[in-house]
Design a protein around this ligand. Structure first.
Ligand SMILES: Cc1ncc(COP(=O)(O)O)c(C=O)c1O
Length: 427
């Protein structure tokens, strides 16, 4: 049977962004079974023993408590499981000197769902048929934003400026405030901080500036804090989470060891939270109560924030150092290669300036030497203008072993050298 799809149906039943290349990666991995393949493409966090133990302990505590039946045998509020909302409220009020109440919090089934709700509550066509844009102030950004709007033309991303340190082979993206426009035509603003794929942390000042611009037109700003402190605390540079009437601070427990349980947390102004809560009641009722209950225990005891700082952050920070030092010794100094400053998240982002072939062709070359990384072009959702840079970047996952990262980056350097050299020879 081939059912007729609606406009939304056709839109939502397509794979977007990185998921399309993931199909090729999975086929390559399957075909290459038995071969020595360095797979540095994964977005799935590693299972760290201390983190797994934390969730095991919380599960044991829940199982032993009379609350167990209440948690798994009952529906709950769409807003979320009350002990989790209380734990988050208390933790954030203490930690950041806020005055949150339960009306400022919403728990969702993972944070991807939260972006889907927000993109369609605030972005898209109004009753007057005006298009409200979902503005991504700095492209590249999380590939998953490419599929969140039922109205794809609503997504609008801005090209950044590049802060380049040629001698050190480093660079950093910055929002281009000379171009960024947030007006009454904007439905919401969305960016990840720390950023997947680049590891960028938009500075505190830049966040304040974006939030102030948006406040002028009553535009909500969603700060995707999937890698931010206090959990999973995957920031390697100082950063202060920003809160405010028009800000939705959006968290995920996925990188804190709980991706399967689907727990996302939004903190923000009451009116914003209420609109999203109603959408959730219609779309999915609520998030898994088991996941919420163990999260409540881990946050209430302070253990989640502690493990994030003492285990999760140093683990990935060390992986970045391995990658950085390997690239420094393996990449020829005369090639125009640039590593994005490693300020957070679980990825490294490499830019090969003036790369003679496309990122997709380069990815194919890497496959031949047994290395898989993700070509960068799928991380520019919503960016309309053609920009060569889009086809010159690669996302490398820090979820490999130290050895895999080392060998992988040595192979990357060899292929890069070869590709630039053969282009010079053929000129
Ligand atoms: C920046 C960013 N935001 C959101 C998500 C979605 O996370 P989840 O839906 O598991 O909370 C991810 C997942 O990788 C991510 O990297």
């Amino acid at each position: 049977m081939k059912p007729a799809l609606t406009k939304f149906g056709a839109q939502m039943s397509k794979l977007t962004g990185v998921r399309a290349i993931m199909k090729d990666i999975n086929e390559t991995l399957r075909a290459g079974k038995g071969q020595e393949l360095m797979n540095l493409s994964a977005g799935n966090p590693l299972i760290l023993p201390e983190v797994e133990q934390l969730w095991r302990d919380c599960t044991a505590e829940l199982l032993a408590s009379p609350e167990y039946g209440e948690v798994v045998c009952r529906y709950g509020y769409s807003k979320g499981y009350s002990p989790l909302i209380e734990a988050v409220t208390k933790d954030f009020n203490q930690r950041y000197g806020l005055e949150l109440t339960e009306r400022n919090i919403l728990i969702t089934p993972g944070s991807q769902t939260l972006y889907f709700y927000a993109a369609n509550v605030f972005g898209g066509y109004t009753n007057n048929n005006e298009l409200k844009q979902i503005v991504l102030p700095l492209s590249p950004d999380y590939t998953g934003y490419g599929g969140v709007s039922l109205v794809p033309e609503a997504l609008f991303a801005y090209q950044p400026t590049l802060d380049i340190d040629t001698t050190a082979h480093r660079f950093k993206y910055r929002p281009d405030f000379s171009k960024l426009s947030i007006t009454e035509k904007t439905g919401c603003v969305l960016f990840s901080r720390p950023c997947n794929p680049t590891g960028n942390v938009v500075t505190d000042d830049e966040v304040e500036k974006i939030a102030a611009l948006a406040a002028q037109s009553d535009v909500p700003v969603l700060i995707d804090s999937a890698y931010a402190p206090p959990f999973p605390a995957l920031n390697y540079t100082e950063m202060t989470p920003t809160f405010g009437e028009n800000i939705l601070h959006c968290m995920s427990l996925s990188k804190a060891g709980l991706p399967g349980e689907r727990v996302g947390i939004a903190i923000g102004g009451e009116n914003l939270i209420e609109a999203l809560e109603c959408f959730q009641a219609n779309a999915s009722l609520h998030s898994s109560r088991y996941g919420q209950a163990i999260a409540a225990l881990a946050i209430e005891s302070g253990k989640l924030a502690h493990i994030s700082e003492t285990v999760i952050r140093p683990f990935y920070k060390n992986k970045f150092t391995v990658l950085e030092t390997t690239l420094e010794s393996a990449m020829p100094d005369n090639l125009p290669w640039f590593l994005h400053r490693g300020e957070g998240a679980i990825f490294a982002w490499i830019w090969l300036k003036d790369l003679p072939i496309s990122d997709t062709d380069f990815y194919q070359q890497l496959k031949k030497v047994g290395l898989i990384v993700v070509p960068g072009n799928s991380f520019f959702p919503g960016l309309r203008e053609e920009w060569q840079h889009k086809h010159q970047c690669f996302r490398v996952s820090l979820t490999g072993s130290d050895e895999e990262i080392k060998t992988g980056m040595q192979r990357f350097a060899k292929v890069a050298e070869e590709v630039y050299r053969s282009a010079t020879v053929s000129v």
